[in-house]
Every structure is written in structure tokens, then in C-alpha cells.
Design a protein around this ligand. Sequence first.
Ligand code: GLA
Length: 382
Amino acid sequence: MNTSLIQEKFKSLFQTTGDIYTSPGRINLIGEHTDYNGGFVLPGAIDKAMYCEIKPNGTDKVRAFALDLGEYAEFGLGEKDLPAQSWAKYIYGVCREMIKRGATIKAFDTVFAGDVPLGAGMSSSAALESCFGFAINDLYQLGFDRFELAKIGQATEHNYVGVKCGIMDQFASCFGKEGSLIRLDCRSLEYQYVPFHPEGYRLVLVNTCVAHELASSAYNKRRQSCENVAAAIRKHHPEVELLRDANLDMLRETANEVSAEDYIRAEFVIEEIQRLLDACAALEKGDYETVGKKMYETHIGLSRKYEVSCEELDFLNDVARECGVTGSRVMGGGFGGCTINLVKNELYDAFIKRATESYERKFNIQPKIYDVIIKEGARKLE
Ligand code: GLA
């Protein structure tokens, strides 16, 4: 993205220039709703990002302008200064989480914008948190490492936005590397870069352009189900802290102790953690057919067991299957947003044409198509 509009606006609002930082959105190849269960994920940062220009202003008020929305906010950084605008809560939350960790932060001026589509499951909010986390850390030389910056972004979601998310999105935004996916153990935060250049295939997102309401409360409910089941299993197996530590046999023992709904959610998670490991083994051998099969299995699980899909996403998944696409599934938290598709080069054009036309015919919405380009994570722009 060209940052010249951000710079023009910054100059006209504040009559000076600041430093420019950026942090990206992410994709996730497989491993959904596993992060808050201590499992594995396989995300990568993408070429769509948030950008901010920022400069300390010597006052006690942050002055912030959201260029894409045309909205301005002013707020202090004290405990009681929570701003009203939802986008400003992210910036304020990041600052507060840093202050809680002992940082001294003075107020600043900022203008920000981005090209991560909102509500598309590509983590625009993590991009925003990581962009400001990285910028403020660098500007005031606070000395937080990238692990801590990811946790600061996650804590912002928990404490100022109300989404009890896992660590995947912020981690990918902070640790992204060009051309590589990140195989992340969400409990230990150990990670490996997995070079991803699937020869003969393309990775493409199809955006339903629907974002369902109440997605965040439904998300928190899923997390609660997982915690309920982990607690039930722990009674029999004290070593089980999170569903990551459980297997299907352990789950079966709790069948009469947890609700049917919680049970089926947990079953999905335990299966999904294994699916990710299987997909990683297949990736190592360059076996994309197996990776694709696992993606379809994930979709079915997310749709029927975890129930975070919707009619539009299921439709696009069916179209992918009918077109012979190697792998396809809903990506991210769900309830709308994108499908991620692993498609052979020679099928790409036919798939995109059919998906676009048939989706538009059925839902009267034009879906958006994004070719996935894997790029590096949070950084300062020189
Ligand atoms: C959202 C959350 C992540 C993760 C995914 C589902 O993107 O922010 O932490 O739980 O959903 O995998």
C-alpha cells in the first residue's frame, strides 16, 4: 500500500512528520480454533497490512485519525480514559497493556490506514494491534520482544475488545517471514518457519463479503465449551491442562459429564490438532493432495461440529469441491469471511470464474478474490 495519503493527512493535521510502521494480516493454512486450546497452527503473514505514522506530541492526549473511516479521536492513557470509538480501543488497549507491564508511554499523534479487509477473517485487528505495539515499542525504546508484543495484542483483545482469542493472529503479524508459514506450538510458543512454495499450485482466498453479527460472543462460547470439557477430562486425568493434552479416548470417558454440544466441539478440536500434524507431515513430503484433503476435513468439522461456518461459506466450499480444487475450507474464526483454497494452476481460472459467477447469482453479492502472497511481519518503514 502506498502510504502517501497517510503522510498527507498527518502533515495537515499535525504540521510535522513522524515515523511509519506497518504490520500485516494473516492467512492460516490449517489448524483452526486450536490456538486457545494449546494446540498448533500454521499461519503466514500476508501482503495486506495496517500502516501508521506516529510521533510523540508532548501533551497528555493521544490524537488519532483513522483515515479509512475518516474519524478522529482524542484520549488520555490513564486507567479511566477508555475511548468510545471501537478502533481507538485497540490503540488505547495496546498502550494500557504496555503500561501494565511497567512501560512509560507519553502521548502521541497518529494517522493510520490499511488494506486488510475488515471482517474477512484475515486479522485486521491483530494487524492494528501489532502495528501500534511495534511502533510504540520502537519509538519509546521499551524493550519488549516480539513474543511480548504478540501477547500485548492478544491481551488487548481480551481486556478492551472482549474477544477471548488465542495467540495465532498476533503471533503471525509479529513473526511473519516472506515465503514461509509458521508452525507454531501455541502452548510453548516454539515455532518453525516452513518455506511454502507449492509448485504447480496457488493459494487463493475467496471472500464471502458477509460478516455475521455476534461472532465475538459465539467465539467466546466456543472457547468456554473447550474449557468445560478440558476441566471434565482433568478430573480423570490430572495432567490434562488444555484439550491439547487430551485424546479421543479421554473425551469419550466424559460423554455423560459434559453437554452434547460441548462434547462435539471438543471432538473437533482434538481431531483438528491431529489434522494439522498430519498436514505438516504431508507438506514436508510435498504431498499437497493430502494437505488439501485435510483442509476439506477441517471445513466439514468447522461447519458441522464446531458450527462456525455459514451458508455462504459452505456454498463456496461446495463450488471448490465441484471444480476439483485440491483443498478448501473456511479460514479464521468463521461466521463469514473467506475460504482459503489450494488450487492447481491449470484449474485456477475456471474455479475463480465459477465461484464468482455462481456466488453472485445465488447471494447477489460479488465475492472478492485475493491471491495469497506471504510476506514479513511487523516492521518500521524506512
Ligand atoms: C480468530 C482468533 C484466533 C483463532 C482463530 C481460529 O482469528 O483471533 O486466535 O482462534 O480465530 O483459529
